[in-house]
Write a protein that binds this ligand. Structure first.
Ligand code: AMP
Length: 139
């Protein structure tokens, strides 16, 4: 597990690693992804080091999300894209490479060929109800 002193994104916030900074407030830092899936691909991160969304205090999440509409509008205006994906990879199995919670804003256009496999399945009879109950119990 990475710690703030070795974490790449913490180093970016501290100015120890260069980045193309887009936005900063008391709780949030946003910059261009160095390996963009599309021009204007942004990363939005909490200044506090949390590896995963599910480790964040609930109070910290609204502050992280607050600048997203404004950032998304600015990315669309600057790039001419009229669509975008907002996503968070959490955990290795979900392709999280940098263990500091981050939100991707990825500009999209029709026919850009990005996409991803959305292999929708169906629940067997009763399984949805069972799972819903288990998740509610775990809340
Ligand atoms: P994820 O797979 O969700 O953990 O995504 C991590 C993202 O961080 C990738 O898209 C990388 O291109 C990006 N990234 C890693 N190091 C840097 C860096 N020094 N500056 C900007 N983006 C970075």
């Amino acid at each position: 597990m990475s710690q703030p002193d070795t974490c790449v994104f913490c180093k970016i916030i501290r100015g120890q690693i260069p980045c193309l900074k887009i936005y900063e407030d008391a709780a949030v830092f946003a910059f261009l992804d160095i390996g963009p899936l599309a021009e204007g691909h942004l990363l939005v991160i909490p200044k506090e080091h949390y590896e995963r969304l599910d480790e964040m205090p609930a109070d910290g999440v609204p502050a992280l999300m607050r600048p997203l509409p404004r950032l998304a509008r600015a990315v669309m205006q600057a790039t001419g894209a009229d669509a975008y994906n907002v996503l968070t990879n959490t955990g290795r199995a979900a392709s999280q490479e940098v263990p500091h919670m981050h939100v991707h804003i990825i500009p999209r256009r029709s026919g850009d060929g990005l996409g991803y496999r959305w292999l929708a399945k169906k629940y067997e009879a009763g399984r949805g109800e069972q799972l819903a109950e288990q998740i509610i119990q775990a809340l």
